[in-house]
Design a protein. Sequence first.
Length: 276
Amino acid sequence: MEVGRAVGITQHAVGSKLKVVASRPIRLVARLDIKGTNLIKGVHLEGLRVIGSPNERARKYYAQGVDELLYIDNVASLYDRNNLGELVTDVIQDVFIPITVAGGIRTVGDVRSLLRAGADKVAVNTAAIRAPSLIREIAESFGSQCVVVSIEAKNTAPGFWEALVEGGREKTGRDVLEWAEEAISLGAGEILLTSVDKDGTEKGFDQELVRAVGALSTVPVIASGGMGSVGHASDLLLHSTADAIAMGSVAHYDRLSFRAVRNGLAEQGFEVRTRA
């Protein structure tokens, strides 16, 4: 079933499930991949290049009207830690939108520390696949709205995507669609869906992937990987039930601003958020 996201389409039925797909405006999310104190970006989650200060970019994107910030410690899983607390504590002095933090989160205690630092949500990937009960533990401790499950999807056969971990460095053998359903059943309040094949290419989203996950999801889905133009965003929204779009390299290299995307989508009839 093809689904339009223009004004007036409000629900998408999937079997006995019902997902609201246009009852709220589309969200634009700034994806900030971080190593140490540096903002980095690569292609296919590889060949990472230092760009600059993540918090300088966060403030810039906030001024452009971005809806949310996503901070990802790209090497945290390798070193069993997440060092983003100080960055978050600093940026919340000037930025007043939701912040999600990801990378190296293994326990409820890790989540508590990041929330105290100023994060609104956390995203889990590696630790959640290895111990799925972590999702339920976080949801029971802080609410489902706090826990985002990050899925790094690699297309390995027609209609099949494998979930990767460790920042896309390790295979798991797990089917992305099955894992997404399990994560939602355990209490995930949102899915961050990254196409490893499209990441950093700026050539458009993996629409088939986003449609497939959206069709089974009863929680919001953030599409990440491939954003390069307003047309890419509108095409995705017209042919999937994505609730939010993440932008990385296209924003970091100043090829497209969040303001331009917001205005472009609004001109095409999509409902986008406005901030006073």
